[in-house]
Design a protein around this ligand. Structure first.
Ligand code: FUL
Length: 510
């Protein structure tokens, strides 16, 4: 045997044995996991901190929320009728008159688009309440709509129930109408009463959205919010609900553009919510929701505590959050929405897509059409997972090609290479990979290649995975693929990988 052949043989045996011994079905991991937060022991080394962070996991509400993937925001209020984005709080309730109001039309369009929840602006910064609250006269009760007997919150919640959608409430802490705003305890009482009405009058609430915007009230004063007492009310009345943005379960991704970070850790050193101790923690570490890096090794090194605090990407289908007739022709294009989908759901976040109903009280035809186009596009992209037809020699790898979130391939040494082949070459341009986050988020770097013209060609490379990561690449055709997990904070658990062919977005554009 020539030396050259000997070297090739030895190299081939080495590659296949590295790959085989580390990729299996048998999980050898034991020990504790930490729900929602983990505190590091004093003087912990970076390695120890990384291992603890790798075992940080979502609680069951956070996990259920993450699986929704795509949800809808509805901005609808007095602003819809005044053509404003931020009302002053002095608008007459009589302006609110959606003559053809139909919450079932909203729920039908939204559920057909594949969005799983509606989060409704029950009260925006102007203080106008979409339900007949007992706390103020600034509400639907003092409008002529439904003879003052209407309740938008009730009708939207009923429509959500009918169409199998979850229901969330947006309640702006900032209130430009409330006379007590800025008189701390008096307003905190008023706000708690409003929150309690919403939490107790309408059945199950799945998400509570507290906006971070905090300006002055009608008397020029700023309010100090009693966040802890708001969270207690939610825990008491709707313990299954997640609380977003200024809440302690769901993090604002930091932009309103629809784009999440490529490196998106759900395990962050950014402490959640508005409590004083958490705000101080963030000031000490110099962290903000808008920061570029919330969970890298550098940040972990400086932190005392880590949190499971996953990202939500909120963005409007139009330029404004509220409806403006002069934006009827500015509904985002299918191309933009698809890009947003891959940059939010495809980057370990949940998409909260705002669709603002018009002055009739209906979702405008242009928005409805675009949502249908988006659904059709995603259905045709994801209807066939080529990886389901793959053969692989790695024990356990099939467990991440079976469509079952609860089964996963376990990898305990890095770099790890998983090679798989399909019966005949197929075209694809999208790669999807998911970590089993019930045991933490761990992968720090991965790469996908395809065997084309006798060599391995890199299709894409990225950093974090988390609940879901998707990569798009130019269409190729191959029957052999190779996934490399280069770096991970601990053993990796891949519950799903997928290869798909997305249709061209513009005719002739491949
Ligand atoms: C912001 C608000 O000021 C906007 O009006 C909108 O509601 C957006 C979702 O959040 O903070």
């Amino acid at each position: 045997m020539s030396n050259k052949i000997k070297i090739i043989l030895i190299a081939a045996i080495a590659v296949s044995s590295v790959a085989c011994t580390n990729i299996g079905t048998d999980e050898k991991e034991s020990g504790d996991y930490y729900e929602k937060s983990v505190t590091f022991p004093q003087n912990a080394s970076l390695e120890e901190k990384l291992k603890l962070t790798a075992r940080l996991v979502p609680d069951s509400q956070q996990f259920k929320w993450q699986k929704l993937e795509m949800t809808a925001f509805i901005h609808f209020s007095i602003n819809t009728f005044t053509d404003m984005e931020w009302g002053n709080g002095d608008e007459s309730p009589e302006l609110f008159y959606p003559a053809d109001f139909d919450a079932e039309q909203w729920a039908r369009i939204i559920s057909e688009a594949g969005l799983k929840m509606i989060v409704l602006t029950c009260k925006h910064h102007d203080g106008f309440c979409l339900w007949p609250t007992r706390t103020t006269n600034h509400s639907v009760k003092y409008s002529a709509w439904r003879g003052g007997k209407g309740d938008v919150v009730r009708e939207v919640k009923d429509a959500c129930d009918k169409y199998g959608l979850k229901f969330g409430i947006y309640l702006s802490p900032w209130d430009r109408n409330a006379s007590t705003y800025g008189e701390n305890e008096a307003y905190n009482n008023f706000f708690r009463q409003q929150l309690k009405e919403l939490l107790t009058w309408y059945g199950k609430i799945d998400e509570v959205w507290f906006d971070g915007a905090n300006g002055e009230g009608p008397n020029g004063k700023k309010q100090v919010y009693d966040w802890g007492s708001y969270y207690d009310l939610i825990d008491t009345n709707q313990p299954q609900a997640v609380c977003a943005i200024m809440g302690e379960d769901i993090r604002w991704v930091g932009t309103e553009t629809g784009y999440g970070r490529e490196t998106e850790w759900s395990a962050t050193a950014l402490a959640p919510g508005g409590r004083k101790s958490n705000r101080e923690n963030n000031e000490r570490l110099g962290l903000k929701a808008t920061g570029d890096d919330l969970g890298s090794r550098n940040i972990i090194q400086k932190a005392d505590k880590m949190f499971w605090y996953p990202a939500e990407v909120d963005v409007s289908i139009r330029p404004g959050w509220f409806y403006h007739s002069n934006e009827d022709d500015k509904v985002k294009s299918l191309e933009e929405l698809v890009d947003i989908y891959f940059s939010s759901v495809g980057r370990n976040a949940v998409l909260l897509l705002n669709i603002p109903p018009d002055t009739r009280g209906l979702i405008h035809e242009n928005d409805a059409l675009r949502l249908k186009e988006l659904r059709d596009y995603l259905d045709s992209t994801f209807e066939d997972n080529i990886a389901y037809r793959a053969f692989t020699k790695h024990r356990g790898a099939r467990k991440s090609m079976d469509g079952n979130y609860e089964t996963y391939m376990y990898i305990d040494e890095f770099p790890a290479q998983i090679e798989f082949s399909i019966p005949f070459p197929q075209e694809c341009n999208v790669f999807m990979i998911q970590e089993y986050i019930k045991k933490g988020q761990r992968i720090e770097e991965f790469m996908l290649e395809a065997f084309i013209n006798d060599e391995w060609l890199e299709l894409g490379t990225s950093t974090t995975v988390g609940y879901k990561k998707m990569l798009r690449f130019d269409k190729i055709s191959s029957d052999r693929f190779r996934l490399t997990i280069n770096k991970s904070r601990d053993n990796a658990m891949l519950n799903e990988i997928g290869l798909f062919l997305a249709p061209p977005l513009l005719p002739g554009n491949e």
